[in-house]
Design a protein around this ligand. Sequence first.
Ligand code: NAD
Length: 263
Amino acid sequence: MTNWLNGREEDKLSGRLEGRSVVVTGVASGLGREIAREMAREGAHVLGCDVNDEGGAATMEEVGHYRHTDVSREREVEELIAEAVTRFGRLDVMVNNAAIQIEEELVATTEAQLDRILGVNLKGVFFGCKHAVLKMRPVGGGAIVNIASILGLVGDGVLAAYCAAKGGVLGVTRATAVRYGPEGIRCNAVCPGDIDTPLVEAYFATGEDPAALRAEVEREYPLRRIAQPREIARAVVFLASEDASFMTGQPLVVDGGLLADCY
Ligand SMILES: NC(=O)c1ccc[n+]([C@@H]2O[C@H](COP(=O)([O-])OP(=O)(O)OC[C@H]3O[C@@H](n4cnc5c(N)ncnc54)[C@H](O)[C@@H]3O)[C@@H](O)[C@H]2O)c1
C-alpha cells in the first residue's frame, strides 16, 4: 500500500492550527495520543490529560503539556480547561476523546457498569463541552470535536452501555452546536469504525485465535482493513480547523465504508 501514511511526511502538513490552544482528553494511548501529536504537528499548543499518568506524560513530553484529569469528575475537567487558558491565554479547540469500553449485553449490564461507562464516555464529554463553551464564549468562538463511534449510529448487541453513551455523545454534540453556533462555537463529532488501538487489541485478544478474529473483522470492511489512528486524527484536525468552518452539529463517519454496506 502506498499512500501518505507510509512516511510521516510532516512537510505535507500546512500549519492548519498554528498558534491555537488545544485540549485533548485521553492522550495516554491509542487515538488520543495520535490526536495530540497531529495537533502539535499542525502548530497547536496542546494540553493533554488522562488518568494513566505514565502514558499521558510520555505522550505529552514530546508534544505539549500533561495534566492528570479524570473526565468523569466535573471539577477536574473545569480545572484542566482553566490550565489551558492560563498557559496559552485562551482555548480554541477542545477534543473530548477519553473513553472506556465494557463488553456486556443489555440484560447482563450492572448498574455499576452503566454508571462507569456513562460517567467517562458521556458525562466526560458533557463536562468537556460545558467548560469549553464557558471559556470560548468570551473570546468569540472555538471548535469542539467529540469522539463518538459508529456505535452512536448503529447497534452492537454486546456493547449496550457503550452504545448508549455514544448515542448520547451525538445528542450533546447537536445541543451544543445549536445553542452556541450564534456565538461562533462549532461542535462536531467523529464516528470511527474499528481503529488499530489498545482498545481494539484487547477485543481481538478475547478471541481463541486473535489473528483470525482480526482478519474476520477486517473482511467486513469495504477497504478490507481497520483504521490507523492517524487516519482518524486527520478527521479531527479537519473539524477543528477553518477547513470545516461551515460544519457544526454533525457526526462525521470515518469507517472505511462499513456502514455503507447493507450486507
Ligand atoms: N479503537 C476503536 O476501534 C474505536 C472505535 C470507535 C470509537 N473509538 C473511540 O475513540 C476514542 C479513543 O479510543 P482508543 O481506541 O484510543 O482507546 P484507548 O483505550 O487506547 O484510549 C483511551 C484513553 O482514555 C483514557 N481514559 C480512560 N478513562 C479516563 C478518564 N476517566 N479520564 C481521562 N482519561 C481516561 C485511557 O487511560 C486511555 O489513555 C474513544 O472515545 C473510543 O470510544 C475507538
